[in-house]
Each structure stands twice: as structure tokens, then as C-alpha cells.
Design a protein around this ligand. Structure first.
Ligand SMILES: [Zn+2]
Length: 454
């Protein structure tokens, strides 16, 4: 972090300032530190160095041709390090220069001081990886190694994670859980409310906001993985009957299902707005492989503008720059007062596109419309690589704008603080949230069990 050499190809003053400025990390899926120490999380089949290769680089490896059984060997809880290395060896050279591959290589170098990952160094990586996992290591990795002051976590395990480190791992409420019709039992269980009708489903949503709204940083929905963002504003009376039928055990037809979900989405968005919480939406590229319907992605920007128009008092955070429709996102951020664009995940999807996007945003939109970083990882170690890659991308982008005469050096330097942390502080009102989190009511008490629909 405290190096004083410039990022290669970038301005010295800009580089130094970027290295010294902490990120507010607006999006992660980190599991609790205790779960990593004990290995008690279903999100990883094993808890060794290979978690660095399970999310997202495994997709590049599979797309490059790696067989599925090799992925299973890679994630096996019993395979030896060298055996795991052999599972990826033929495909690793094909993917190590992608954003996903670069983030892994940077994490391995910065955290474990291993410059070249291969069959000779894999055992050393395995040992050093394990040595690091001990109480307090999240803080060491996020604050000291990645230069991150706080993260915003969208838990994939709970609707709201009552984290043991709320000031470091701020949490989203999973709007996805609340608007998924079939998820009603798992979200109702912790509330103690018996759901016999739509009104009681509303009470369940109200409960989540009453209990955790004051301690949440935002609400988040990744519904775009399975549907369009064409959420219609459907009145309760119109979906009461099919909702009742679903509670009685009938299967929903796709039309009724959509109408119920649309209704619940808007119910949740209005609650979030009442609690002054921004609404984060997945937009654009889909994780995984062999399953991305591009026609649906292409329709996203148009559907988003309908949402923006329908809820002028709601702050929408449009995640992942809508890649590959990021140019449309610049137009949206420029035109709509309630649209904010989050570069979470984008630096590793396509670093070059992310630099072009950042420069376009700086030259086209008010500077408060942009958040520049979110690692979007489940494994905390991988965040270090992504943060380093993002800092380099920001340094190169700003240096290029200065070099080409679009910005003065001092104007570029002035942009660094708001882009890396200040915009997030204001958008998520972090100064007001932090003292509430420091004395969160669940600290020191055990958690109640709850499954998630996501
Ligand atoms: Zn995510």
C-alpha cells in the first residue's frame, strides 16, 4: 500500500495518492470470519488455497476447456496441493492474463509473497494460505493488505447477516429473499409471524426492515440472474388470490409468479426508501458459464429507466456497470438524478472496458454518481488482488485524462477521494450508520438460524 513508485504508465502524484486513499468497498459476498476459521460454511467445499480459484477464475478455466471433474478435484477437501495444481495446470496458462486471472496472481503475490504460481510453488502457497487464517485476519487482509476501510456484504447465507464485525463488514438486507414468492417460509421463520395471506407476508417484510433497517447499509437484489428487470407496480388486490393459492400449496403459473414477485419487489423498494436505504440491483454480465441470455441483458438499460422513473425518491445503485452495456449506464447516470453506478466486479470482468467506463463517467456525469470498487468475492483473500487491480486501473485512467489534456493534474487528484470513498460515504450515509453499528444489538448474542433463498 505505502509504495511510492508509480503504477507503470501512470503519473507519480496520482499513483501515490491512490495508494494512500482507502476504498469503501461497496460490494462483497464474504462469509463471516469465524466460518472461515472453523471451515463451517457451505459456500466452499474446502477451505484451502484453492478457494482463490473457485470464484470466479473457475469459470474462465471451464470455458477454456477444463473438464468438470478437474474442478471437483480442485475443490476436493482431501486432495493434496500438487494434485490440485495438476487439475488446472493445462488451462492455467490460457486464463492467467484475464481480469480474473490477474486478480488471483496479484493476491498470491501480495498476500503470500509468491511471484509465480506453479507446480513448484503450490505447496508453499498452501502452507502460507493456512497460516494466515486465524482470529483477526479479515481486518489484516481488508484494511492492511487491500487498503479497504469498510466493506458492504450481501450475504449469500442469510437475509441479513448479524455479523460479529459490523463496522468492517456492513451488511445489505437481501431484497431478493424478500421478493421471491417461494421463499416465504425461510424469511418468515425468524420473524415468528404465521403467514396465512398476503397482508401477513407484508408484515414479514416490515419485520425485517424494523429489525435490521437501521443497521443495514442498503438492500440488494440479484433477480437479474433469472428474470428481466421489468418489475411492474402491481396492486396488492390483484395478487391476493394467486398468493393465497401458493400458500395452499398450488404451483404458480409463470404469469402469476411474476405478478406476485413484481408486487413484492415494489413493496420492498418502498420500505427501503422509507428507511432511507439505497436499492442495489445486479445489472449486466452474469457469473458462471454457458448460461447468459444476451437478449435479456440487452433489454436491461431500458427496463432500468422505467424503475428510475417510477421511484424518483429511491436511490438505485446499478451494479457491475451493466457490462457490456456500460456506455448505456453512463447515459443513465447522466440523465437520472436517482441512478448511481457501481464498478463492483467490473475491474476483473474486463479491466480495459472498466478504464474506458471510468473515463467516460468522469467526463460525462456529475462526480457523485460513481462508486469505483467492490471485490464481489466470497473469499476475503481474493479481494486483495481485485483492489490492487482497481487501484492500477484508476491510476491509469486518471493519468491518461491528464496526459490527453482533459483534466489538470490537481483536478485529477481532487477526484480520487470522492471516487474511492467519499461518494460511498455520502450515498450510504456511513457517518450516521457507523455509531449504530458499533453498538449493534446482536453483538455478544448468538444468531438465530435461517436459510436464504439466494
Ligand atoms: Zn455480487
Amino acid at each position: 500500500m505505502e509504495k511510492t513508485t508509480p503504477y507503470e504508465g501512470s503519473d507519480m502524484d496520482i499513483s501515490v495518492r491512490i495508494r494512500r486513499t482507502p476504498f469503501v468497498d461497496a460490494h462483497e459476498h464474504l462469509v463471516e470470519e469465524e466460518a472461515r476459521i472453523t471451515g463451517m460454511t457451505d459456500l466452499f467445499p474446502c477451505n484451502d488455497w484453492s478457494v482463490l480459484f473457485q470464484h470466479y477464475i473457475d469459470s474462465d478455466l471451464l470455458v477454456a476447456g477444463m473438464p468438470r471433474e478437474n474442478r471437483e478435484r480442485l475443490t476436493s477437501p482431501t486432495a493434496e496441493p500438487y494434485e490440485k495444481w495438476r487439475a488446472i495446470e493445462p488451462w492455467w496458462p490460457l486464463v492467467q492474463n484475464t481480469g480474473y486471472g490477474l486478480a488471483v496472481r496479484l493476491a498470491v503475490e501480495l498476500l503470500y509473497d509468491i511471484r509465480v504460481f506453479n507446480g513448484t510453488t503450490v505447496k508453499l502457497l498452501a502452507e502460507r494460505f493456512q497460516q494466515r487464517i486465524q482470529p483477526g485476519y479479515y481486518r489484516g487482509i481488508l484494511r492492511d493488505a487491500a487498503g479497504i476501510e469498510s466493506c458492504q456484504v450481501n450475504s449469500l447465507e442469510r437475509t441479513f447477516m448479524t455479523t460479529s464485525q459490523p463496522c468492517l463488514l456492513m451488511q445489505d438486507i437481501s431484497l431478493l429473499d424478500l421478493h421471491t414468492p417461494e421463499g416465504w417460509q425461510s424469511v418468515a421463520k425468524p420473524t415468528g409471524i404465521t403467514v396465512r395471506c398476503l397482508a401477513e407476508c407484508h408484515q414479514v417484510i416490515d419485520w425485517w426492515f424494523a429489525a435490521y433497517g437501521p443497521y443495514a447499509v442498503a438492500v440488494k437484489s440479484q433477480a437479474a440472474y433469472r428474470r428481466s428487470l421489468d418489475f411492474e407496480d402491481i396492486a396488492a388486490e390483484e395478487v391476493e388470490a394467486p398468493y393465497q393459492r401458493m400458500l395452499n400449496g398450488d404451483a404458480l403459473n409463470s404469469q402469476d409468479r411474476k405478478r406476485i414477485e413484481d408486487h413484492l419487489f415494489w413493496y420492498g423498494v418502498r420500505k427501503a426508501t422509507e428507511y432511507d436505504l439505497p436499492v442495489k440491483l445486479h445489472t449486466g454480465y452474469l457469473a458462471g458459464h454457458n448460461g447468459m441470455p444476451m437478449a435479456r441483458l440487452a433489454a436491461g438499460p431500458g427496463e432500468i429507466t422505467d424503475l428510475l422513473a417510477r421511484a424518483p425518491d429511491t436511490r438505485f445503485v446499478l451494479m457491475h456497470i451493466g457490462y457490456p452495456y456500460h456506455e448505456a449506464m453512463i447515459a443513465i447516470a447522466k440523465h437520472w438524478h436517482n441512478a448511481y453506478i457501481d464498478m463492483c466486479w467490473s475491474w476483473i470482468i474486463n479491466p480495459e472496458a472498466s478504464m474506458a467506463f471510468l473515463k467516460g463517467m468522469i467526463l460525462a456525469t456529475p462526480r457523485n454518481k460513481l462508486l469505483t470498487f467492490g471485490g464481489d468475492y466470497i473469499a476475503v483473500e481474493a479481494v486483495v488482488g481485485h483492489a490492487a487491480l482497481a487501484r492500477r486501473g484508476i491510476a491509469l485512467s486518471l493519468s491518461s485524462l491528464v496526459r490527453d489534456g482533459w483534466l489538470s493534474r490537481s483536478a485529477a487528484i481532487e477526484l480520487i477521494e470522492p471516487l474511492m470513498r467519499g461518494n460511498a460515504h455520502r450515498l450510504f450515509k456511513l457517518e450516521a450508520l457507523q455509531p449504530r453499528l458499533a453498538s449493534a444489538p446482536w453483538l455478544g448474542t448468538p444468531r438465530s438460524g435461517q436459510a436464504s433463498t439466494s
